[in-house]
Design a protein around this ligand. Sequence first.
Ligand code: AMP
Length: 462
Amino acid sequence: MKPTHTKPKFSSFAFSAEIANAIKDAGFEHPTAIQAQAMPAVLSGKDVLARADTGSGKTAAFVLPLLSNLSNKSLYGNSGLESRLSNTERAHGNTVQILILVPTRELAIQIGDVFAQFAKDIRPPIKCQSVFGGVKINPQMMALRGGADVLIATPGRLLDLIAQNAIKFNRLKVLVIDEVDRLMKGDFEEEIKQIRQHLPNKRQNLMFTATFPDSIRTIVRQIMRSPTIIDIDNANNNKKIGQRVITVNHNKKNALLASLLNENDWSQVLIFCSAKRTCDHLVRKLERHSIKAVATHGNKKQSERSQALSDFKSGTTRILIATDVAARGIDIGDLPCIINYDLPRSPNDYIHRIGRTGRAGQEGLAISLIAHHEYPHFKVIERHNDLDLEWEQVTGFEADKVAPPPPTSTSPKKLKKAKNKKKPSKKKRLAAKSADGEKIQQQESDKENSSAANTNVWGNSD
Ligand code: AMP
């Protein structure tokens, strides 16, 4: 008998009329693969560890069943936790029921918006709050006085709020860690460890990620209790994002970028740079080519960051230049193209960056502009992500066989200073050369981390 491939239906999850209406209003006809697999497990109160592509609908995969569970009187009661507070006993006294941890402020705001979107008709209203650094803590403390059904937080600000006694976790039922690969390494890992000490042991744990490096497996297993593990194959989605790699001399990168932006009629483009300074610098460089762009990064005020992102999401801004603050989770509908002006530190972040385009099954294009000093690091990115991309040249901007020399200062003062500088001895020169060689080898072998090859050492020239 021929197998029948019927699409899963939202109606099979028995969501309340309020949630079903909101799903309809969002225009969602069928659950995506991650939603179809994760929602039953989340609804049943189980721990879930899920890996699926960027843009595959992960947010709704936990938002919808959690909203449903909040009003399910028996569900969390079975695991020794109270069900949602009744109409009269709404979230109160600084308590939180669902805690969602995310790595960036932008993502905290965005997930808050998705909760609000799907909870709009639920009565009594679901109280959902996002907290993050870069803004005053007092209004957040005041807002938490009445408690929250759902709290979405970046780890640093959450620890500040805990230190101020602004949150009680005794009623906590669920911990969600989104972008878990990012939150389980570096500074974040220590912060998550501290946060966990404040949480009750009996809780549901949900973890979502697009990339799942081996390095975090142990810690994830320590936190979760017999999780349902979901791994959605990304083969199909990768095909939807075209990936171009263009080699170019470092001193022609800006001109090539301007040419690409002028010659193609992309409605919007998100350009990634690794350094905050490079973002600002690039805005000015593009201005010289009569191209208007806006920069966003960690040195900007929170109000500027929010404005830059909302203008980009609404289509008011055509070109946004960002550091990796915009690489994770941020959902920009119909974004046709992202450009890596320089390469991300971690090979995993390459996947997150390109995942800002080609979302929800649409097609997208990711272009990486690589100069000679970035070749080794791009090879690491390819190897790590099992990619074998064709490296191309663009007519008029072809990369030379050998890298052109780094830019020299034209300021007479600096030239004089350089002239007077004593040449290092032959011994020192040889030592420096071998150290560079070692560095490149180390970069190539270091799959997870970055390199000096990754920093935009020469990107300032034009
Ligand atoms: P996410 O991966 O959660 O950021 O979602 C990526 C995009 O897919 C967002 O714009 C969602 O609104 C959209 N989306 C999520 N679930 C569905 C669905 N079942 N049907 C259509 N679009 C969806």
